[in-house]
Every structure is written in structure tokens, then in C-alpha cells.
Ligand binder design. Structure first.
Ligand SMILES: CC(C)(COP(=O)(O)OP(=O)(O)OC[C@H]1O[C@@H](n2cnc3c(N)ncnc32)[C@H](O)[C@@H]1OP(=O)(O)O)[C@@H](O)C(=O)NCCC(=O)NCCSC(=O)C[C@H](O)C(=O)O
Length: 374
């Protein structure tokens, strides 16, 4: 006889007995068991983050040729320098390097388990930079984040707003390969009382939207000189250098769930359709890095990119879900000579938008653009 009824599976002589067998396949029994069981939770609530905390992320990731090529092909980043050795060498690389968008997405993906797996929204990112030498496949990535700030959301009492500075390092040399500052809304364990929505009060005071310029100028080509000439044509007139890109990319299982999982991004938003059915989007949503990389891919296909320098003021305005199509619109802000023969520096503003012409992402980008003469 055992003493199981007292929660003890020992026999009266003190020996352990087998736990009582349970028929887990009986659906009623199993439903009662699930009701009674605690869930081993993943991720951290807002309350876990305090300014100055340093978090060393446990997951690491080897930047593989497969990961790089899957990312680039699916987001339409088809620049030959990242695909062909001769084109890579001509650009000054030893071999086709890791694409900066894949590097950025992998750096962020590794952080999700600690920073944002609990849910919430990826609001934006700035100061995305690549301080190291070109990165090649086979590099092992180690990532750390520091909490820059935490804030109460005045419009959403169930969330807080956290900003982190993240650095992705070469695990072998410790060199920083990618760094940025990112802001997410993170669910609170306990909602707080707020002023009931600073957002709407602020919206009421918003000034009128500025008028569009009367003319949009399109560059004749994709070389540095083409952007500079277009800016000169727009100068002193009520005009902007701005145009849309023809390509679109409809979101599917690969882009929505496959690409983030390949960067170890465990955010349920991208792969758990069951949970997301009861969320504001009603469905899984595209990883912000996939949305922006796709829009950037469209933009790069209409220019002679030489090197990426950095990205600022990135914001994600609304969800992208399976079946949505990601398009891109570009405005050219400035084109600067840097005294180099091969390339000049151009600053762009890129907007990703969906099939309903609703902006889903915006951000600025600085890139070196090849000169026609080089
Ligand atoms: C998130 C939204 C639903 C919010 O929309 P809306 O209701 O219109 O609110 P506000 O625009 O007023 O913003 C709410 C509060 O957040 C602050 N905010 C907004 N942007 C930033 C920013 N870049 N930096 C700092 N703070 C920001 C505002 O000031 C408001 O503050 P408060 O008034 O005090 O409350 C909507 O924007 C939305 O749906 N966005 C899309 C989100 C998205 O789809 N992201 C990408 C996919 S999710 C993802 O990739 C997850 C990723 O894997 C990960 O883990 O991070």
C-alpha cells in the first residue's frame, strides 16, 4: 500500500513506488490537468528592467552562408557583391560578406528571449552602426544589451516602454560588429494607473500636417551623381527628390515565421498563430527587421549601393501580417562628396507601406553610393 493520497509515493516500508499512471489522452482529464498546472513562463515583464542593467544574452549564433542567403533572397536583397566573389572583390571585400540587414536581424534575434519574448511591440530603433571590418560567414556572434531607460506608457497602462543599447560582438575577437538603440513596449506584470492617455491629448494638439512639395523629382539613375543632380534640380523649387519602387513582397510563412526563427528570435508574434489570434493584430506579424530589410531591398535595387553606413529614427507604425505586401517609397535627403573616387555619401528616408498604401515603417539611412565614373 502506498501513501499517495497524502502526496507521498512511498510505500509504508519507505520505498518509492511508481507514480500512479494517468490517462493523459482522456481529453477531459487532460483539460483539467492543464487548468491546474502552472506554466513555466518565458521572457521578462517590464518590472524586470532597471536603467543601467547589463544583460549578456545566452544564445549565440554562427552567421552562416545559409542564413545570410536565405535572409537576402527572401527580402529581395540581391546585390551581387553579397552573392558573387568577383563582385565582392571588386567592392573591396575578400569574399561575399554577411549582409548588414542579416547581421542586424541576427543581433536583435538573439536578444529576444531576454528582452521582448513576453510580448509587446517593437516601436523603433536608432543609431544602427557597423563599427568593425566587413563580417564574413562563419563568424560567431555574442550579444549584450544595456538598459538605457524605462518609462511608463501614459496611453497603455498594461505596458511600459524600455530602451536598450545592444552590441553584437565577434565572439572570438570581441570586436563590436553591430550596435544600436532599440525601444519596445513591454507588458507589465501589474498594470499601473496612468493619466489616461497622453497620446490622445498630444494628438489633439498636433499641428496641421505640412503640405507636400508641388513636385517630386526622380533621379535619372542609381549612381551618386544621379542623386546629387536630382537634388540640384529640386533645389530652390517647391520640390523633393522622392519616388516609389515597383517591387512588392507578399508576406508568407517563410518571411513571417521562418526568417525570424532562423535568427533565434523567439517572439511569439512571429510564429504562434494560436496566441496571436487573440491579439490586436489577430494573426502572426512580420518581424520588424524583415519588413524594413524588404523595403530597403526594394530601394537598393534602384541604386548602386557601395557600402551601408547606418540607420536612424526607425519606427514601426502598424502591423504587417501574412498576405500583406511590403512596398517602398524613398526620399533623398542629401548627397555629400567625401573626396573618395569610388563613392559619395547619400542620406535617404525610406518608408515601407502595405497594399492599402498605409506606412508600416519609416527610417533614415546613410549609405555610400558608387560614383558613375568609378
Ligand atoms: C505599437 C502601436 C500599436 C502603438 O500605436 P499607437 O496606439 O498609435 O500609439 P503611439 O504611437 O502613441 O505610441 C504608443 C506609446 O509608445 C511611444 N512610442 C512610440 N514609438 C516610440 C519610439 N520609437 N520610441 C519611444 N517611444 C515610442 C509613444 O510615445 C507612446 O507613449 P505613451 O503616450 O506614453 O503611451 C503601433 O505603433 C503599432 O502597431 N506599431 C507596429 C509595431 C510592430 O509591428 N513592430 C514590428 C513587429 S513586432 C517585432 O518585430 C517584435 C520583435 O521580434 C521584438 O521582439 O522586438
Amino acid at each position: 500500500m502506498t501513501r499517495e493520497s497524502q502526496g507521498d509515493s512511498r510505500t509504508e516500508s519507505g520505498e518509492r513506488s511508481e507514480p500512479r499512471s494517468i490517462d493523459w489522452t482522456d481529453t477531459e482529464t487532460f483539460a483539467r490537468a492543464l487548468d491546474r498546472a502552472d506554466t513555466r513562463e518565458k521572457g521578462n515583464y517590464f518590472e524586470a528592467f532597471a536603467e543601467g542593467d547589463l544583460i549578456e544574452h545566452d544564445p549565440g549564433l554562427t552567421l552562416t552562408q545559409w542564413g545570410n542567403e536565405a535572409w537576402m533572397s527572401q527580402t529581395l536583397n540581391h546585390d551581387p557583391a553579397y552573392w558573387r566573389t568577383d563582385a565582392a572583390r571588386e567592392r573591396g571585400f575578400d569574399e561575399p560578406p554577411v549582409h548588414p540587414d542579416y547581421l542586424t536581424a541576427a543581433t536583435l534575434g538573439i536578444t529576444v528571449e531576454d528582452l521582448s519574448e513576453k510580448g509587446g511591440y517593437f516601436l523603433g530603433r536608432t543609431d544602427v552602426r557597423y563599427p568593425g571590418a566587413p563580417v564574413y560567414t562563419g563568424t560567431e556572434l555574442r550579444v549584450e544589451s544595456e538598459v538605457v531607460s524605462t518609462a511608463t506608457s501614459s496611453s497603455r497602462p498594461e505596458y511600459g516602454i524600455v530602451t536598450w543599447r545592444t552590441r553584437g560582438r565577434d565572439a572570438e575577437t570581441d570586436d563590436v560588429l553591430c550596435s544600436y538603440e532599440r525601444t519596445n513596449m513591454i507588458p507589465r506584470r501589474e498594470p499601473v494607473a496612468t493619466d489616461g492617455g497622453g497620446g490622445s491629448a498630444a494628438a489633439a494638439e498636433e499641428p496641421d500636417e505640412p503640405d507636400l512639395p508641388s513636385e517630386f523629382v526622380t533621379p535619372d539613375g542609381g549612381a551618386f551623381e544621379d542623386f546629387r543632380e536630382a537634388l540640384e534640380r529640386a533645389d530652390d523649387r517647391d520640390a523633393a527628390v522622392a519616388y516609389r519602387h515597383e517591387r512588392g513582397r507578399t508576406q508568407d510563412d517563410t518571411t513571417v515565421a521562418g526568417l525570424p526563427l532562423a535568427t533565434l528570435n523567439t517572439a511569439k508574434q512571429h510564429h504562434n498563430a494560436d496566441v496571436m489570434a487573440n491579439s490586436p493584430s489577430g494573426d502572426i506579424v512580420t518581424y520588424g527587421d524583415v519588413t524594413r530589410s524588404t523595403a530597403l531591398g526594394h530601394a537598393r535595387s534602384d541604386e548602386d549601393t557601395y557600402r551601408e553606413v547606418g540607420f536612424d529614427d526607425e519606427q514601426f507604425h502598424t502591423f504587417v501580417t501574412p498576405g500583406d505586401t511590403v512596398y517602398a517609397f524613398t526620399r533623398v535627403l542629401e548627397a555629400e562628396e567625401t573626396g573618395r573616387d569610388e563613392a559619395g555619401t547619400v542620406r535617404f528616408e525610406h518608408i515601407a507601406f502595405n497594399q492599402d498604401e498605409t506606412p508600416v515603417y519609416s527610417g533614415t539611412r546613410t549609405a555610400e553610393i558608387r560614383k558613375r565614373s568609378s
